[in-house]
Structures are given as structure tokens and as C-alpha cells.
Design a protein around this ligand. Structure first.
Ligand code: FAD
Ligand code: FO1
Length: 451
């Protein structure tokens, strides 16, 4: 029964004998029913023990500065999760509050015998899991359902860059990039408690920051994620290698919000892209981002607890930024000036507007955007904090290991090398307005974002 799950995906947070009592899957990062190794694992154990299976999601209304833009996307997606699980005779519960309190309470209520959850390298999740583990008496297992090759297994240390993690991932890819088993209709019916609030009803009830509106050009949920993937593979993946770095063209997949909220599995995306009949260079370029770069970000956040602080930068970068800390800046902007796109640079302003309006800035512009925040902030510490704040507030895919790592790459040289020394940046790679002009239609992008 367990043959299809690679045991290296599983990490025992708290050990103990399995009792014939209900299994609870605390869904957090992987908000989907299909292709979810954590759910597959939880059901496998429940089937073996012949016990009911419950799925719970614990909604935290002040999660790292999230706004209704994010909660709307989550809750609309969870509505579909609930409906899909109902068809499989698996009840779904939406809890609201601190998981370290709500999850143990729920486990007692249903007299659970095992808690399963999904892997996440973020500190807040690790704190919740530690606190829950201390409070409960039943076994607690974690499944890496996000990375194709599990983070703990691919490497036991922080990797220097793509060049060091790539061969490690490639060596193991064949063992992990496999087809998924299906969730079956669960034979044991759970005697569920009061479960009245529907996820979509929570959208109007939640007390959260509503000043950043939901977006409508991307629809939440795993069915929509699959449609976006199919459309991308059919119509745009072939051109990925030469269009993805041009912000005027629609060259990227737009999958990051779905990957971030776990509404699609990277492994499903990888399998689909692998089997697509398209140009080899585009296929390879896409898989490099989806697998190597994305899993490198999880590696960074898992092994470096200072992923959201200057302290997390490599030593050479910290030293050189310190040396140039007092360099005269040509412009200095406040958080407010950045947030309201009031800099002197129409290209930077356009990128900021794209993020605020659409909830997703083009990938190439994200590098330029973060580097200019470094150039125009009083200190690198200010720049790093401003970039994380804005990224997490407005990007639909924010507060993700990819975000912390992308910003640390742009401002702090993480996973990069030293470049020629210059003012403010030291040896951090520089990007300029002129450089952008030589790569794409800068005025076209500005017009598109500001019209
Ligand atoms: P595609 O080009 O279609 O790529 C497919 C997938 O590959 C992405 O969804 C993502 O999962 C992965 N990927 C692509 N580029 C990268 C990368 N550079 N690093 C890691 N994984 C990558 N990504 C986020 O998911 N959330 C963020 O908050 C975020 N913030 C960023 C901030 C900065 C300053 C930088 C430089 C990058 C950031 N990225 C972030 C990484 C990258 O820009 C986005 O993942 C990408 O633009 C998302 O669009 P897409 O899904 O259409 O990408
Ligand atoms: N995870 C949860 O378990 N509960 C939440 O209430 C929650 C809110 C939330 C809001 C915005 C956002 O971007 C992420 C959120 N997440 C939540 C976590 C998310 O699913 C990811 O696991 C992490 O951000 C890391 O990828």
C-alpha cells in the first residue's frame, strides 16, 4: 500500500505507535486534493488502520502581513478542496485561530490517533509544529509534498548556488518525478462535529486587512491551476526560452500563485512539461526554474534561519555592503514613496504599479525592482525590509521561500557571485535602466502598466 510513496518524503516530528483511531491531515502549504503526497500518505495510513480521515485547515488572520487579496484566493480554493473531499467521503474542517491551540483541540475532539502535515521551511510554520508536538501525545508526521526531491533528502546543508544543488537534484529526479496514486473514496465515515462555516462564507467574516483588493484575472483553485498549466504548455511553453525575460510579452506561465498556495503540485507541472512535445531549450529553461531554482529557495530557507535578515547574506556580501553603507545615494525614498510608485524612474514605478494592480510583477522586473530599492534606500537593512514588506503585501505569490530568496539574491548576493565593485552596491550585481532598454521595449512596458 505504501509502495508508491518514497519514504524519504516523510519526517517523523513525533514518534509513537499507530493506534486504530482517526487520522487527521492538517493541510497548510498544499491546498489541493490531487497530487498531494501528504493527503495520499494520510489516507494510506487511515486505510490500513481502517479508520476515518479528517482534513483541517487552520486560518490565521494575521499571517505575515497577508491581506484579503491572499485570504480570498486561499478560501475560494479551499471551497473547492472541501467539495472534492466530500466526493471522497472525507470531511474538511476550517478552523480559525492559532494552530498551536486549535490543532491540539481538534485532535482531542475527534480522538485522533495520528497527525499528518505538509512540509514548509518558513520559521512560523516550524514554530507552530514544535508547539503542537509538545502539546500532543499522538505521533506527528510531516510529508514534503512541495518539492519534487524532498529538501531534507537532497542535501543536509545550505547550498552555495544552483550549480551545487543541480547535480544533487538531477541524480535523484528519476526516483521522485513519478506518477501519483489517486485518492480513493474513503470507506470509513467520520462522525464529524459542527462544521457549518463554508470557506467562501469566511471571506466576508474574516477580520483582515482589506485595503489590498482581490484580483480577478487569475481565478483560484486547483481546476483553474490545471487549466492555466494546460494552456501554457499548449500555447506558450515552446517560446519560453526566448520570451520569459521580456516583460512586454506574455512569456511566463503565471503558475506561481498556484504553486505558492499549493493549488497545483510542482511535480504535476514537471511531469506535464517533461512529456510535452516542444523545443528542448524551452523545456530545459522552464524545468531549471521550476525545479532547480524553486527547490534551491526551499533549501535556503530551511537551512538558513536568517533568510529574511541581512545576517542571512553570505559574508562577502555583508562585508562589502557594510563598506559602502555610507556612500552617497543619488536618490533616497521612504517606504511610502516606493509604495505609491513615486520615484523619479518611470520603469521602476511601472513595475510597482504592475505588482499593486495585478498582484504579480513580471519575473525580470522583480530583479530590477529589488536592486533599485537597494540603490535608493538609506541602508541595505532598510532596503531588504522594504522589499520584503512590499513583496509580501502585494504579490499574490508573496511570503514564499522563492520571495525571500529572490530578494536576498537581488540585494544580498545569495546564490550569486561577486561582480565589479561600485558605489552603494559594492560587489552585488547591478542592473540599470539602460541595460533594460537594450533588452526590451521599456516604453512599451511603462505604457502597458500606466495606461
Ligand atoms: P515562470 O517563469 O513561469 O516559472 C515557473 C515557476 O518556476 C514559478 O512559478 C516558480 O515557482 C519557479 N521560478 C521561476 N523563477 C524562479 C526564481 N527566480 N526563483 C525560484 N523559483 C522560480 N517567486 C515566488 O513564487 N514568490 C515571490 O514572492 C517571489 N518574489 C521574488 C522577488 C524577487 C526580487 C525576485 C528576483 C524573484 C522573486 N520570485 C518570487 C521568483 C520569480 O520571479 C517568480 O517565481 C516568477 O516570476 C513567477 O512567475 P511565473 O510563475 O509566471 O514564472
Ligand atoms: N497557511 C496556513 O496554514 N494558514 C493560513 O491562514 C495561511 C495564510 C496565508 C496567507 C497568505 C499567504 O501567502 C500564505 C498563507 N499561508 C497560510 C501559508 C502558505 O500556505 C504557505 O505555506 C507559506 O506562505 C510558505 O509557502
Amino acid at each position: 500500500m505504501f509502495s508508491k510513496i518514497n519514504k524519504n518524503r516523510i519526517f517523523v516530528i513525533k514518534s509513537g505507535a499507530l493506534q486504530p483511531r482517526p487520522v487527521v491531515y492538517w493541510m497548510s502549504r498544499e491546498q489541493r486534493v490531487s497530487d498531494n503526497w501528504a493527503l495520499i500518505y494520510a489516507q494510506n495510513i487511515a486505510l490500513t488502520l481502517k479508520v476515518p480521515l479528517f482534513v483541517v485547515f487552520c486560518l490565521v488572520s494575521d499571517f505575515l502581513g497577508a491581506t484579503i487579496r491572499h485570504y480570498g484566493f486561499i478560501l475560494r480554493g479551499l471551497q473547492q478542496v472541501k467539495e472534492k473531499l466530500k466526493l471522497k467521503n472525507i470531511p474538511f474542517f476550517l478552523l480559525n485561530g492559532d494552530p498551536s491551540i486549535k490543532i491540539p483541540e481538534f485532535l482531542s475532539e475527534v480522538k485522533a490517533g495520528l497527525l499528518v502535515t505538509d512540509f514548509d521551511p518558513l520559521k512560523i510554520k516550524r514554530t507552530w509544529k514544535n508547539e503542537i508536538s509538545k502539546k500532543i501525545k499522538i505521533p506527528f508526521h510531516e510529508v514534503d509534498a512541495h518539492n519534487i526531491v524532498p529538501v531534507r533528502f537532497v542535501s543536509n546543508k545550505q547550498e552555495y548556488g544552483a550549480y551545487t544543488i543541480r547535480p544533487k537534484i538531477m541524480r535523484l529526479l528519476g526516483d521522485f518525478l513519478t506518477e501519483f496514486p489517486q485518492i480513493v473514496r474513503h470507506p470509513e465515515t467520520a462522525k464529524a462535529g459542527n462544521n457549518s462555516v463554508e470557506p467562501v462564507e469566511m471571506i466576508s467574516l474574516l477580520k483582515v486587512d482589506r485595503s489590498v483588493p482581490e484580483i480577478s484575472w487569475l481565478k483560484p483553485g486547483e481546476d483553474e491551476a490545471q487549466k492555466i498549466l494546460n494552456d501554457f504548455v499548449k500555447n506558450r511553453l515552446n517560446d519560453y526560452a526566448f520570451k520569459r525575460n521580456n516583460p512586454v510579452l506574455n512569456g511566463q506561465s503565471n503558475l506561481s500563485p498556484y504553486l505558492h498556495f499549493g493549488q497545483i503540485s510542482a511535480q504535476r507541472v514537471g511531469l506535464t512539461v517533461m512529456s510535452a512535445d516542444i523545443r528542448e531549450d524551452s523545456k530545459m529553461a522552464f524545468l531549471e526554474e521550476l525545479i532547480v531554482r524553486k527547490e534551491l529557495s526551499d533549501n535556503f530557507c530551511y537551512y538558513n534561519e536568517d533568510y529574511d535578515k541581512i545576517l542571512g547574506f553570505p559574508e562577502w556580501a555583508r562585508k562589502i555592503l557594510e563598506k559602502h553603507k555610507k556612500d552617497k545615494r543619488d536618490y533616497i525614498y521612504s517606504l511610502e514613496a516606493f509604495e505609491y510608485a513615486k520615484t523619479h524612474d518611470p520603469l521602476w514605478n511601472a513595475a510597482q504599479i504592475e505588482m499593486v494592480k495585478n498582484g504579480k510583477m513580471h519575473g525580470y522586473m522583480r530583479m530590477y525592482w529589488a536592486k533599485k530599492i537597494l540603490e535608493w534606500s538609506p541602508t541595505p537593512e532598510d532596503a531588504f525590509a522594504i522589499a520584503i514588506y512590499l513583496n509580501d503585501r502585494y504579490e499574490l505569490d508573496g511570503r514564499d521561500p522563492n520571495g525571500y530568496t529572490g530578494i536576498a539574491w537581488s540585494i544580498g548576493g545569495v546564490h550569486d557571485r561577486a561582480w565589479a565593485e561600485r558605489k552603494v552596491f559594492g560587489k552585488i550585481r547591478y542592473m540599470s535602466f539602460k541595460g533594460c532598454q537594450s533588452k526590451f521595449d521599456v516604453q512599451g512596458y511603462i505604457n502597458k502598466m500606466t495606461e
